[in-house]
Design a protein. Sequence first.
Length: 64
Amino acid sequence: MTQLTPEQRRNRERVESLIRLAAPGLNLVLAAGERLSRLVEPDDPDYYPPRVTHEEPELPEHEH
């Protein structure tokens, strides 16, 4: 993978910051949708609950 230019790094950091800021709101939307879907169809044999982790994913060695 080629090295990012300083401008590309800044843009990447901005996008990642926006995602971090939006994540709690998006989690609330997902939780509300899950509850609504359980109200609409309480018994869903194909439902697998999501695995929620609050850990930061590890970056591959070349991205540190």
